[in-house]
Design a protein around this ligand. Structure first.
Ligand code: ADP
Length: 405
């Protein structure tokens, strides 16, 4: 019988979901490829809650609003779950897989949630106060609504646990490192998906040294060696590394002392500035949206784009050094998949690495945007974090069922 896997990606104001169905042989590998049946979200939570869903073709299949802005998380999630149960197409819902931003040092792979696991994950909230609790609340709510439904936590940090110790350590007193103040890295589900998908495009490079540029509203880069993460630009939080839509990226911490001591800013104000008012938005004063910046003739918009590209190219050199060379570069996420201009600017500045850029292929969005003879192959590959979560959930559940049997 076909099985359904619900994927949940919950943030501060929305709960995104995707429903995947297996083939008729269910969870086993013989169950075939997972097929997306529906996706949607509860949005506008605590302001104007609304549930929308669409089929894989993007055609809207649900649109429901609540009058009460304070409608509880549990009520919203119960509605989502009932809707999913009604749209299983004859399949049986067998699990929910969740994106969880932080797995600390202990969670190195997707994990079946138990009360003990949940307790451990709650202890990690201080490491990601802006995300972790939002990721955990639908797990708690689902456990109440549907206690028999197995839930699997899939971590943004887990894929980077293969990084050597030097890539994970800040030069701080070691007690702090031991306490968990270290570089974790994020966007791991996206990088893991790309590491797998690259095999279909360039099997030789997929086994070699690859830098993946995940350029979305949140942006980071990761160096892979033999398909495993060796280094990445994000660190203790998702603030380190590249400038992003509204996040500053790496910053001399001396700036924070200056803002505290000389400008009298509070910690909360600084946090809000670095997460929400910096990056492309802060530099341009125009927008955090790359499309708007590219279309703008305001010179500050150009400066923001130039800084973004400059930082990508510097990180590319640094990540290449971390894995001792470069066989392939992959662009992914909103900007990486869609912006011909950003890809062209990066590839031109990175020509020294052995990138022979194919402008015509880039116009067509690739997938290969380097010439056939280019020493480094360059690719545009759409990421799919939800499919990665569904795949992990299915595998984790199949393993747990085997162990139990
Ligand atoms: P996230 O999942 O991190 O919210 P996305 O991966 O959806 O973000 O990426 C959002 C970014 O992608 C935005 O900056 C948006 O401007 C950019 N983007 C989307 N389409 C295009 C395009 N055609 N050209 C340039 N940038 C684009």
């Amino acid at each position: 019988m076909s099985k359904g896997i619900l994927v949940i990606n919950a943030g501060s104001s929305s709960i995104k979901f995707s429903l995947y169905l297996t083939g008729k042989d269910g969870l086993s590998a013989a169950g075939g490829q997972l097929r997306l049946a529906s996706k949607g979200q509860v949005e506008g939570m605590y302001v104007a809650p609304r549930f929308v869903a669409a089929g894989p073709d993007g055609v809207r299949t649900a649109d429901h609003r609540w009058d009460d802005p304070k409608t509880s998380h549990e009520v919203l999630l119960r509605y989502l779950l009932d809707w999913v149960e009604d749209h299983l197409d004859g399949a049986e819902l067998v699990a929910a897989g969740h994106r969880v931003v932080h797995g600390g040092t202990d969670f190195t792979k997707p994990t079946l949630v138990t009360p003990e696991v949940l307790e451990q994950l709650e202890k990690l909230v201080p490491l990601a106060p802006l995300h972790q609790s939002y990721n955990l609340s639908p797990i708690c709510a689902l456990a109440k609504i549907h206690p028999d439904l197995p839930q699997v936590a899939c971590f943004d940090t887990a894929f980077h646990r293969s990084n050597p110790a030097v890539a994970q350590t800040f030069a701080l007193p070691r007690e702090l490192t031991e306490e968990g103040v270290r570089r974790y890295g994020f966007h791991g589900l996206s990088y893991e998906y790309i590491a797998g998908a690259l095999h279909q495009y360039d099997a030789r490079a997929a086994e070699g040294r690859v830098v993946v540029a995940h350029l979305g509203s949140g942006a980071s880069m990761c160096a892979l060696k033999g398909g495993r993460s060796h280094a990445s630009t994000m660190g203790f939080t998702a603030l380190e590394g590249l400038p992003m839509g509204t996040r500053s990226g790496s910053l001399d911490v001396g700036v924070v002392f200056y803002l505290l001591e000389q400008k009298g800013m509070s910690v909360k104000d600084i946090e809000s500035m670095l997460y929400k008012k910096s990056g492309l938005l802060g530099v341009s004063g125009v927008s955090n949206d790359m499309r708007v910046l590219m279309a703008s003739d305001d010179p500050r918009a150009r400066e923001a784009v130039d800084l973004f590209v400059y930082r990508i190219c510097r990180e590319l050199g640094s990540l290449t050094a971390a894995v001792g060379g470069l066989d392939a570069l992959v662009f992914t996420a909103g900007i990486g998949q869609n912006s011909r201009e950003i890809r062209a600017l990066v590839c031109e500045q990175a020509a020294w690495l052995g990138i022979d850029f194919d402008a015509e292929a880039n116009e067509a969005h690739g997938p290969r945007i380097s010439t056939p003879d280019s020493p480094v192959s360059v690719w545009v590959i759409p990421t799919d974090e939800e499919l990665m979560i569904a795949t992990h959930t299915r595998k984790t559940l199949a393993e747990a069922t085997r162990v139990a049997a």
